[in-house]
Structure formats: structure tokens, C-alpha cells
Design a binder for this molecule. Sequence first.
Ligand code: HEC
Length: 110
Amino acid sequence: MKASFFIALLAFVSSSAQADAAAAQKAEVCAACHGADFNTPISEDIPRLAGQYPDYLARAMADYKSGGRKNALMSGQAEGLSAQDIEELAAYIGALPGTLKVLPLHRFIR
Ligand code: HEC
């Protein structure tokens, strides 16, 4: 009984490690612009993505793919992504340590 629980747990842990590895591989092409750590983009007009909310990342990718959001560089990148690619990439990139933060509203509205 106990052994089967641990076998199931092990299978779960190793399948999520495999999903991580697959996402990391898919993210390699993105890292060319967004930076290997997704926090050091190659130019200042490319956003930092590490630690961004995964649902925000997924929405942005879906919008580039559908044409709802257009950008000469990103539209082509998102074109070939499946829904599963988008989900995995968003989870992977969102879980990376980043420096993005939400500033208090009083910094903008006085
Ligand atoms: C050729 C360079 C390049 C590559 C490769 C690239 N991106 Fe981007 N990415 C950009 C640029 C430039 C922007 C800003 C576009 C804009 O203003 O809408 C951007 C924006 C984004 C955004 C929106 C960020 C925000 O804050 O709204 C996401 C999400 C994103 N990229 C994910 C990816 C993913 C995932 C990949 C790999 C599949 C990837 N990018 C590959 C250049 C690139």
C-alpha cells in the first residue's frame, strides 16, 4: 500500500520534471532575445519575462498568435505555438526568478 503510494508519487515527480525539461527546451529559441535567464533581454525594447504572472504570459502569446496583438518579432514566434506549448512556456518562464514587481498606485496617481 505504502510502496504503491511512493511509486505513484515518484512517477508524478518525474513526469513533472520531464515537462520542465520539455518547456526549457522550447524556451531556448525565446532566450535568444529575452535572455538565457529571461531577465536580461538583448535589447531594451524587449521585455523581461522571468517571474511574470503565467496567465499574463499565456494571454500575450495567445494574442500574438491570434493577431489580437501584433509585433513584427513576436507574431512570427507565437504563430507555431500550440495551446500546450503556450501553457508550458508560461508556467516555465513565470516560475523563473525575476525582478518584475507591482508598484504601488500612488507612484502613478497623485
Ligand atoms: C527575435 C526576438 C524575440 C524572440 C526570439 C522572442 N521574442 Fe518575445 N518579445 C520580443 C519583443 C520585441 C517583444 C515586445 C513586443 C511588443 O511590444 O508587443 C516580445 C514580447 C513578448 C511577450 C509579451 C511580454 C509583455 O510584457 O507583454 C511574451 C509573453 C513573449 N515575448 C514571449 C516569448 C516566447 C515564449 C518566445 C519563444 C517562443 C519569444 N517571446 C521569442 C522579441 C522576441
